[in-house]
Write a new protein. Structure first.
Lengths: 159, 219
């Protein structure tokens, strides 16, 4: 990929891929590894993207695959340092912080779906295609995630 | 505003505040060829060895992983390792060596040490032949206890290549994963006999035609 196009896509999608990675990993250090590996693959890609949507979905899918690779790697799970586990992002309000940690407490397979559906506003069908899941599986995971969040965020939910 | 819209706003406001750290942005933006090579080298770096006395106990695995070379399947084993008196369950991934044997390895953190790497060598077809390999000769190697033969036969599941296309195959089910495999990995989900199956497929870097498959069950 030429440098100009790489920098344009990186500038545009870095935060998006970082959020996907944070939702797919247990530590911010792992998320940063996922982001770097994803953009290495973008840099090494030789084919052009059909359009912006293709580029965005490709990057998300690569990031999701990188997260899966990390989960598959037994030794990686066991070489997490204590300081990495205590690292936390900072939010402007306690409510937002509460939501973030409620989402992070969801099983990993729910977190990315919550993010892609509510933040990136992808449809159930698009998420199913990106994550290579059936639409039924995406719907059921989203439903379970909502139920869990409803329980964990009772006050905010009922305001 | 509906509760669904409220949750959406809540998620958008929250994640809108989550940005990639500046040092990560800098690293990714400066991804020239030199940096890519450096990154590749760091992945393969050898971790420091630490002396440790441990016992390894093999147990069954809920999520079973397989590596396939030709028609031979080798699972990734789950081992229980007693490290300085503390039992830990670890997944040990199998790598097929040039001589056909399979090397299982994992790395653990040890308090006050960098890490300790456990490497097991096994004949792919004989779990009883598992033994500790001589990595870090100065270490006191753990004993190995095999309580369960973890070899599992899987028929007709694998990855097939036809006419420049890559397919995941389970019996009569054939799923085209060509596009995903250009990224080196794919996830497939399908229904068979009323059950939903989900597999993760990953190509082993540098080993053409060798794929690693993980099965995960749907809830």
């Amino acid at each position: 990929m030429d440098t100009q196009e790489y920098e344009r896509l990186t500038e545009k999608y870095l935060d998006c891929i970082y959020r996907v990675a944070v939702n797919g990993c247990n530590t911010l250090a792992d998320a940063e590894d996922v982001v770097q590996n994803t953009f290495v693959k973008l840099w090494e890609r030789t084919e052009n993207f059909e359009d912006e949507d293709h580029a965005r979905k490709w990057l998300i899918r690569v990031a999701v695959n990188e997260c899966h690779s990390l989960w598959r790697s037994g030794w990686k799970r066991r070489t997490t340092y204590l300081e990495e586990l205590t690292e936390e992002p900072v939010f402007s309000t306690p409510e937002r912080s509460e939501l973030y940690f409620a989402v992070q407490n969801l099983p990993q397979k729910y977190r990315q779906i919550v993010y892609l559906y509510y933040y990136e506003e992808y449809s159930i069908r698009e998420i199913a295609q990106m994550l290579k899941l059936s639409e039924t599986a995406v719907k059921s995971r989203l439903l379970r995630a909502r139920q869990k969040l409803k329980g964990d965020l009772k006050e905010a939910w009922n305001e | 505003m509906s509760k669904e819209d409220k949750l959406k706003n809540y998620v958008q406001n929250t994640y809108g505040e989550l940005h990639a750290p500046e040092d990560l942005r800098r690293k990714v933006m400066n991804m020239d060829e030199r940096n890519v090579k450096k990154k590749e080298m760091s992945v393969g770096r050898k971790l420091a060895m630490a002396a440790a006395i441990a016992a390894v106990l093999f147990a069954g695995s809920n999520g079973v992983a397989y590596a396939m070379t030709g028609s031979t399947w080798v699972e990734t084993v789950v081992a229980k390792i007693n490290l300085n008196g503390v039992w830990q369950e670890v997944e040990m991934e199998g790598v097929v060596l040039e001589d056909g044997t399979v090397q299982y390895s994992t790395t653990l953190n040890v308090q006050d040490e960098d890490s300790v790497e456990f490497v097991l060598i096994s004949d792919a077809t004989d779990a009883d032949s598992l033994k500790i390999a001589g990595v870090g000769a100065e270490s006191s190697f753990p004993e190995v206890y095999i309580v369960k033969d973890t070899s599992i036969t899987v028929d007709n599941i694998g990855v097939a290549k036809e006419d420049d296309k890559v397919y995941f195959v389970d019996g009569d089910i054939k799923i085209d994963i060509t596009e995903d495999m250009t990224d080196g990995a794919a996830s497939v989900s399908y229904e068979k006999n009323g059950e939903i199956y989900q597999y993760e497929v990953k190509e082993e870097p540098g080993v053409p035609g060798c794929y690693e498959l993980h099965i995960s069950s749907e809830e």
